[in-house]
Design a protein around this ligand. Structure first.
Ligand code: ADP
Ligand code: MG
Ligand code: ZN
Length: 493
């Protein structure tokens, strides 16, 4: 079955649950450091190890960050709410319960508008709540998984790091755009979180984690049973996960089978999902209000203050950038789809003309990002460096071809533009003597091409220009080479 068939027969509903590790200095309920990469179990204390008698104290900064996230997502902020115990046993959770929030989340009922395919889709936000992260299990053995492991190690450094969960309402009506809406939502959310400065939001390192819920129904019928896909570690995978679940579920429904409510695991290599834990019988977590913590009752004045102090959010910044860059709405959409709006804006702020900044980020740099399967922002070249390249091309120091080689160098070495140019000797050959010699060689090596040009077939000169460019490793000015060649062949344009 192909995707068009799915869309012709079914309507998708999606829902996203996103976990964000906050970038606070200390953990959620104790003073332990949250620093990443320390030796195992060195950032622990009686509280985060769940030792009897230890008492938690909530991290004010984490509460503040959660409220700021809620405000940025247009949520109402609870004036009174509590933490709750979510009881379950798992070795990476030493307390045997996770301190979370249940029926009294800190922020509720917001939305985030995303633009996809020229349409604005409003993604409702059900809740934003605060909880704590678990520790990390390492299964030692050839499989790397618990099955077949010789033994397992647990590192509690991560246990108790503040974690915010952002749950969307079901999103219906996106139709064929559902996979892209899912991706764009996570992209926008990530940008908002980054702008708020509450997390380093690195999907590949797990500080932003996403579960993707998908269901299908026939038009006019109630929503179908959802599956929840976990392990989705990149923006691209969010889109792929929705698409592959839609295809899988449609095939089952077409055969008259029923969808099992279950968690599934996304597999990077194949882009498919694999069955995980069944959710047919809801786990009873025996939630109850956490007796060791006082309720949270954020002062409304404080909340208003936080609202006033929110930074300019990406959507507003985009609108302002569109205005100040003077680009069309279509240009903006194109740049947004390529994930380069901020990058183009910053490149212009660093001194490049709009058209040049746009061309680099939508052209060669987008291509490089694609090849490497990363976001343009993750390429490893800064807007300042791109602005420097634009300047060097404008003042004639580099040709565009050389500037591209300089980009390659920056991406490969992480060095600065000027250092790469010096190291790789990327200088335009403007020494006419050298160019004339290369032109003579090209003519001598390609007598029939030379003859054609002499006979009036001007376009044939391109092959000779190419030969000279190759001989000078792209460091010559193609227009100048062409003039020299035509002169030597005695033809004028
Ligand atoms: P759980 O903890 O069981 O995963 P949550 O309430 O935390 O439940 O999250 C459920 C997610 O699934 C929400 O984002 C919700 O919008 C979404 N959802 C609910 N019903 C459907 C459905 N029929 N199809 C797709 N997504 C759904
Ligand atoms: Mg959930
Ligand atoms: Zn601790």
């Amino acid at each position: 079955m192909n995707y068009e068939d799915v869309i012709a027969r079914y309507e998708p509903v999606i829902g996203l649950e996103t976990h964000v590790e906050l970038g606070t200095a200390s953990k959620m309920f104790c003073g332990c450091s949250t620093e990443f990469g320390a030796p195992p179990n060195t950032h622990t204390c009686p509280v985060c190890l769940g030792l009897p008698g230890a008492l938690p104290v909530a991290n004010e900064k984490a509460i503040e960050s959660t409220i700021r996230i809620g405000l940025a997502l247009n949520c109402s902020i609870a004036s009174w709410c509590r933490f709750a115990r979510k009881n379950y046993f798992y070795p990476d959770m030493p307390k045997n319960f996770q301190t979370s929030q249940y029926d009294e989340p800190l922020c509720v009922d917001g939305y985030l508008d995303v633009e996809v395919g020229g349409r604005t889709v409003r993604v409702g936000i059900e809740r934003v709540h605060l909880e704590e992260d678990t520790g990390k299990n390492t299964h030692v053995g050839t499989s790397g998984r618990i099955h077949g492991a010789d033994y397992s190690l647990v590192d509690y450094n991560r246990a108790g790091i503040p974690l915010v969960e952002i749950v969307t309402k079901p999103v219906a009506g996106a139709g064929e755009l559902a996979p892209e809406v899912a991706r764009e939502y996570v992209t926008q959310l990530r940008d908002i979180l980054r702008t708020l400065g509450v997390s380093d939001v690195r999907m590949e390192q797990g500080s932003l984690r996403c579960d993707v819920n998908t269901s299908l129904n026939k038009p006019g019928e109630p929503w179908g049973t959802r599956t929840e896909t976990k392990n989705v570690n990149s923006l691209r995978s969010v889109e792929r996960a929705v698409r592959s679940e839609m295809l899988r579920q449609a095939a089952l429904l077409d055969r008259g089978e029923r969808i099992l409510q279950e968690t599934r695991h996304f597999q990077e290599t194949t882009g498919d999902t694999r069955s995980g834990r069944s959710k047919e019988e809801a786990t009873d977590y025996r939630y109850f209000p956490e007796p060791d913590l006082v309720p949270m009752a954020p002062d409304p004045e404080w909340v208003e203050q936080l609202r006033k102090e929110l930074p300019e959010l990406p959507a507003a910044r985009r609108a302002r950038l569109q205005e100040s860059l003077g680009v069309s709405a279509e240009d903006m959409v194109q740049m947004a789809n390529a994930g380069v709006v901020e990058l183009v804006g910053a490149t212009v702020e660093a001194g490049a003309p709009v058209a040049e900044a746009r061309n680099w980020w939508l052209g060669y740099l987008a291509q490089q990002a694609n090849q490497r399967e990363v976001e343009a922002s993750e390429l490893g070249i800064t807007p300042g460096q791109v602005a420097r390249l634009v300047q060097l091309v404008a003042d004639g120091t580099l040709s565009v071809a050389l500037a591209r080689q300089a980009v390659d160098g920056v991406l490969e070495t992480g060095s600065d533009v000027d250092a790469v140019i010096a190291e790789r000797g990327l200088k335009r050959v403007s020494d006419t003597g050298a160019l004339e010699a290369a032109a003579d060689e090209a003519i001598a090596a390609n007598p029939d091409v030379a003859e054609k040009v002499r006979g009036g077939k001007l376009p044939a000169v391109g092959a000779l220009v190419g030969a000279v460019m190759k001989a000078t490793r792209g460091q010559a000015d193609a227009a100048a080479v062409r003039t020299i060649l035509l002169e030597k062949l005695g033809v004028s344009e």
